[in-house]
Design a protein around this ligand. Sequence first.
Ligand SMILES: [Zn+2]
Length: 146
Amino acid sequence: MLQFARDLEGLRENLDHASNEYMPIEHRDPAARGFLVVINELTAGTEPTVAVARAMAAYDRIRAERKEYDRSVNAQKEQRDAELAAEEEITRKVACPTCGAEAGLSCVGTGRSGGYRRKSHVDRVRLARSLNDGHTHSNAEAADLP
Ligand SMILES: [Zn+2]
């Protein structure tokens, strides 16, 4: 019985650690919280159906929080990707002073992945930004700049 009590205490600690509200939401385990709640309720003498209902509520709450967190992470990522794509589109309007890539073409040797995720050389980004601030220049003028 003493061993059982020790094991139960250890299990409670583990479950609490895995689902504690002070943990970042992405690391909180809904099932661990539900299991902990059902153990706590049953050992406190709560009627089993009520204990299970409370465990389910705790489980659902963390699952909902995690879903919300995942949604916001995805939204932020999409926002960043869109900003990167927009910046890259502007950058590619000028020729690259570093690798010589012509306007409209991507830089040479800056990454493995294709599309707009591939970043241009820093000097090309700076050049495109400086030209984009204020006046518009033609590609030919941009390519002549140092
Ligand atoms: Zn380049």
